[in-house]
Design a protein around this ligand. Structure first.
Ligand code: ZN
Length: 218
């Protein structure tokens, strides 16, 4: 926990959240918005957060603000125990659900060392997630690259400092000339951008660049 939070933590935010039961759902929720578990943009897309400068996402229903690493922004005198104001960047919740007033803070990434200002049941948390996802609407664009090709990496080879990846797609094998990945992962290719996903289909945050697809074999 951050020193500032230890000394002058907001007294209303006091219910420890169970990371074991909530983290995976929370991470899936962030992924649906196009954010990493840190609350930062996963696919390079930025969202308009209005005057909420520390948010990476904000609409009328909820806001996400990554863990804040910086200094106090309210100018309080910590040495004499003056509390930070509610709008100090150190005090802003990392997740805020406006209709219920729920505020959640975490340490570095969701939901490490997390506290909320309300004690909610599992079912109530599901209701919060549903409310947030409803607010995004069906056509919400996370910024994730649209895929031209997707498939499983069969092999990776190197020649003259170049790296070649053979990909098994639904229509046959494709060879890519690219900066690298490992066999057994899945690739999603969109133009010159490649997103690497694990076998379970979860995208990893890295996007690597490839040369154009060079050949098709069958
Ligand atoms: Zn402050």
């Amino acid at each position: 926990m951050e020193l500032g939070q230890l000394c002058f933590g907001n007294p209303t935010e006091r219910f420890a959240l169970d990371r074991e039961t909530l983290s995976e759902r929370f991470h899936d929720f962030l992924e649906r918005i196009g954010l990493s578990i840190y609350g930062t943009s996963r696919w390079g897309k930025t969202f308009d957060t209005g005057s909420d400068h520390y948010a990476t996402f904000r609409n009328d229903t909820f806001a996400i603000r990554p863990y804040y690493w910086g200094e106090c922004t309210c100018g309080c005198n910590e040495e004499i125990g003056q509390p930070h104001s509610d709008d100090c960047a150190l005090m802003l919740p990392n997740f805020e659900h406006f209709p219920s007033g729920l505020k959640v803070t975490w340490y570095k990434y969701a939901l490490r060392g997390a506290f909320s200002n309300q004690e909610l049941s599992d079912g109530e948390f599901n209701g919060i997630f549903a409310s947030c996802l409803d607010s995004l609407g069906p056509d919400f664009d996370t910024g994730k690259p649209k895929t031209d090709i997707s498939g499983e990496v069969l092999s990776v080879s190197s020649r003259n400092f170049a790296r070649f990846v053979t990909l098994k797609t639904s229509t046959g094998q494709v060879r890519l000339h690219m900066s690298g990945t490992k066999p057994g992962t899945d690739l999603l290719v969109a133009g010159r951008k490649v997103a690497i996903a694990t076998r379970e289909g979860r995208p990893l945050p890295s996007i690597v660049f490839v040369e154009p697809v060079v050949e098709h074999s069958h």
